[in-house]
Structure formats: structure tokens, C-alpha cells
Design a protein around this ligand. Structure first.
Ligand SMILES: [Mg+2]
Ligand SMILES: [Zn+2]
Length: 217
């Protein structure tokens, strides 16, 4: 199987981007999040605007993130299991490489393959970068996850069932194309609205149990 896993709020217990904006740019959060929820702006615009107001060094931001979140229960064991069984696990995130690397390094999981955006933090404000999307993504998810998955699939020898694990708006475009979806929080609500079937999860022990039951070895 090819297992595509979101990072913020999926692998981590808290969304790193939300943690930063809520704590360091609360006014921008209060102003921009309602516009995102109402569909006036898309995810990419919301992230760009919010982070203009985050005025900190990279060191300060990383320290805050490591204090505020950790890897979700069962994720370590899940990674080991995918390696033992031979499933390909890829992290695809609309978040920032600099934060993902710090969390994974702290958890001893730097070996995982990551597709994501990145951010340059300065005391004057934060600028963000995403790889260009090959196609115009309807959800403008920044780092288009469906695009990243196409890249991984194109490079793999044999087509394998696509599993997606996620929790938010940026997961929607790839969840629509996945064979098996695990969802929590906002993604679960979005999928319910579109009548797309998914397995709810709160930890990675559950994800593994379902996948093992689906593919007896
Ligand atoms: Mg997420
Ligand atoms: Zn997309």
C-alpha cells in the first residue's frame, strides 16, 4: 500500500500552524479564520495572510511548536509496522518543512519522506513557499497533496492501493481520490458532506488495526 499521511493534527496532536498563529498573531487569527470558514478566501490565502503577522525568529517558533505538540499515540509503532510489512509511507503536508523536520527529529523519525511547503521566519514577518502545483487545485491547498501523490505513484514500480490519513481542508483533494481514507476533525466533517466513506481515527493503533484487517498477511 501507499500510505499518504498528513502532518499537522494528524501525525501531531496539535496543528503547528494554528498553534503559532493563535498564540503569536491572535488578532489575525480572529479576523482571517472566519473568512476561510465562510469560503471568502482559500487555505493558501489564509496561511499567507496569517503568517505575515507572525514576527519571530525560526528558533522561537520551533521552540514553541515543540512545547505545544507531540506525535500522536501509536505513530512510532505505525511507522515500524509499515517498514516491517513493506508499505510505503509518505508525509504530505500543507505546513512547513522547518517545523516538520524539528518535530520528526525530536521523535527520532527523521527518516520519513516528506512533501511540504516551507516558511522563512523573521522578526519582520513570515514568508511562505510552496512547490508549484502541476494542476490548479480546486481547494488551493498550497502544497497540493493530490499532485504529490501523482509524483510518488509515477515513480513507483507497481500501482498500489492508496490510503490517506488526514484531519483538515488540505486533505480533501487527495482524500477524494484515495481507495481507503482515515479522517478525524474537520476532514471527517467535509467527507460526510460529500458522502465519501472513511474510517474515523484518534490514534495510529486504530489505523493499523483497520489496515491489517483489510489486508490479512
Ligand atoms: Mg492537518
Ligand atoms: Zn490539491
Amino acid at each position: 500500500m501507499l500510505i499518504v499521511c498528513d502532518f499537522d493534527g494528524t501525525i501531531t496532536t496539535h496543528d503547528c500552524l494554528n498553534l503559532i498563529v493563535q498564540d503569536f498573531a491572535a488578532e489575525a487569527w480572529a479576523e482571517i479564520e472566519p473568512r476561510l470558514r465562510a469560503g471568502e478566501i482559500d487555505l493558501l490565502q489564509a496561511i499567507e495572510e496569517e503568517f505575515l503577522h507572525v514576527r519571530l525568529t525560526e528558533e522561537q517558533v520551533v521552540r514553541h511548536v515543540l512545547k505545544g505538540t507531540e506525535v500522536r499515540a501509536g505513530f512510532h509503532e505505525f511507522v515500524t509496522w509499515t517498514e516491517d510489512v513493506g508499505h510505503e509511507l509518505v508525509i504530505v503536508s500543507a505546513g512547513f518543512r522547518v517545523l516538520i523536520d524539528a518535530v520528526l527529529a525530536t521523535a527520532g523519525l527523521s527518516r520519513l519522506r516528506v512533501f511540504s511547503g516551507d516558511a522563512c521566519f523573521t522578526p519582520q514577518g513570515t514568508t511562505i513557499q510552496y512547490p508549484p502545483s502541476a494542476q490548479e487545485c480546486a481547494s488551493r491547498c498550497g502544497m497540493c497533496k493530490a499532485d504529490a501523490v501523482r509524483e510518488v505513484v509515477a515513480a513507483s514500480v507497481a500501482p498500489s492501493p492508496l490510503v490517506h490519513v488526514g484531519d483538515g481542508l488540505s486533505d480533501l483533494c487527495v482524500a477524494r481520490t484515495a481507495d481507503i481514507v482515515f479522517a478525524r476533525a474537520g476532514l471527517a466533517r467535509l467527507l460526510q458532506r460529500e458522502h465519501i466513506q472513511f474510517y474515523p481515527f484518534e490514534d495510529f493503533f486504530e489505523v493499523r488495526r483497520v489496515l491489517e484487517a483489510l489486508t490479512p498477511i
